[in-house]
Write a protein of this length. Structure first.
Lengths: 147, 282
């Protein structure tokens, strides 16, 4: 019985706090994406302009963790299979946040364009299935600054 | 060529389903599957239990037999009465009943694995006659004879194993533990149909011992008094034991169908047992 009460309390906390944090984060992401729209990102390996430009590596990295609610829901989902909806929003936030951080660094260098943008992810707990779920998402690319 | 970075529309990489709705659907699905599996396992355990040899049951029960209190003078009488009941009950070869007495005011008796039957002082104190006590003991022996303890044990074990497998598979032991608690509840008691079957078997033994079934109905009248004093009257569907009035009616029907007289001379309990009864009324 005590187990059940603790379980429900953790579930409710995870849901409420996770939900509030997610809404707040999405608001911030949308605002900053609009603000930094003048720094453009491309996956091409070749610069779009013919003028000489100085190049620099720029990175943006973010580490995110699941909340208790997402963990339980994904645990249940893994019994049946299918889309892990609980994690979709989490990873979407992480990717966009990583790009924003990369743009921030590029803007600091006076760059307006980042080419050859790639993503990399790394699972923090590794392959241990009993550990917490957290993942690093890193975006990196080549920032071009016109001379 | 002009380069642009348009803002992609929202909701492509993220599902718009409400997370709580998602959770409820998953939980509902899991509970439905768990219920089906539990019921299937319970039925299977009931079917298969009678194929487990009784010696195996004795082997399992030998692990907890040290927990029974050492036999005293009351045990001699109880064992003698039990032997007479056993003689009337036509147990399969090799099935031995051992009776245990616990000096506690609890008004109860139960049967467990390995032919062990436990009677509490509180119950003996309430018995108006030897016939009534024989009915109780015979009822518990009927559980052993019909292999109810091993089927209950098997059901609990089968459900426990499945829960352990599911919780290991999902990586979330909390889900498994919650299901485990539910499984334990189903494993603790005999079902209503098992109780009715034991009643019928016990009544036949009583008729064979005394030539009539006087005292049988009294047992349930006493239990009825006890239960109304306890948790109150739950509706019949929620109780594992058939309602005591239903059991009294069943005894009447059963006796009439077999031509067993409902009345007859009853044997009093021996003096030392009656003294024991006085002790528990204090």
């Amino acid at each position: 019985m005590t187990d059940l009460i603790i379980f429900l309390a953790l579930l409710a906390t995870g849901y409420t706090v996770g939900r509030i944090a997610e809404r707040r984060h999405y608001r911030s992401i949308l605002a900053r994406e609009k603000e930094m729209a003048n720094v453009m990102v491309f996956t091409n390996r070749f610069p779009p302009m013919t003028q000489q430009a100085s190049q620099a590596l720029v990175t943006g990295s973010v580490v995110i963790s699941e909340d208790y609610f997402k963990r339980v829901v994904s645990g249940l989902q893994s019994l049946f299979g299918g889309r892990l909806r609980a994690y979709e929003s989490l990873l979407d936030r992480a990717r966009r946040e990583a790009v924003l951080r990369m743009k921030q660094e590029a803007r600091g260098k006076g760059a307006k364009i980042i080419i050859n943008v790639k993503f990399q992810t790394f699972s923090i707990p590794g392959r241990n299935p009993n550990s917490f779920g957290a993942v690093e998402v890193m975006a990196y690319g080549t920032a071009l600054t016109q001379r | 060529m002009e380069y642009r970075n348009p803002q992609p529309p929202e909701g492509i990489n993220v599902s718009q389903t409400h997370p709580l709705l998602d959770f409820m659907r998953l939980l509902g699905g899991l509970l439905v599957i768990a219920a089906i599996v539990f019921v299937a396992l319970a039925l299977l355990a009931d079917r298969l239990a009678k194929y487990i040899p009784f010696e195996k049951e004795v082997e399992i029960s030998s692990r907890f037999e040290a927990g029974f209190p050492a036999p005293g003078p009351i045990n001699a009488y109880l064992q003698e009465l039990t032997d007479r009941v056993v003689a009337a009950q036509e147990l399969p070869a090799g099935m031995r009943i051992r009776i245990h007495y616990i000096d506690s005011p609890t008004v109860n008796a139960f049967a467990t694995l390995g032919g062990n039957v436990v009677v509490f002082r509180g119950l003996i104190g309430k018995m108006p006659s030897e016939n009534a006590l024989a009915m109780v003991i015979s009822h518990e022996i009927a559980h052993v004879k019909l292999r109810h303890p091993i089927s209950t044990f098997g059901r609990g074990l089968a459900i426990g194993i499945v829960v352990a497998m599911v919780s290991a598979g999902s990586g979330s032991d909390i889900v498994g533990r919650t299901l485990g608690n539910a499984g334990l509840l189903t494993a603790l008691t005999f079902s209503r149909s098992q109780e009715s079957a034991a009643d019928a078997d016990a009544l036949r033994s009583l008729a064979r011992m005394y030539g009539h079934v006087a005292g049988a109905a009294e047992v349930f009248k006493l239990l009825q008094e006890e239960s109304t004093r306890g948790i109150g009257n739950l509706p019949a569907i929620l109780r594992t034991h058939p309602l005591d009035q239903d059991r009294i009616d069943a005894i009447g029907r059963n006796a009439a169908a077999n031509g067993w007289p409902l009345q007859g001379p009853t044997h009093p309990l021996p003096e030392e047992i009656r003294r024991l009864a006085e002790k528990s009324r204090e």
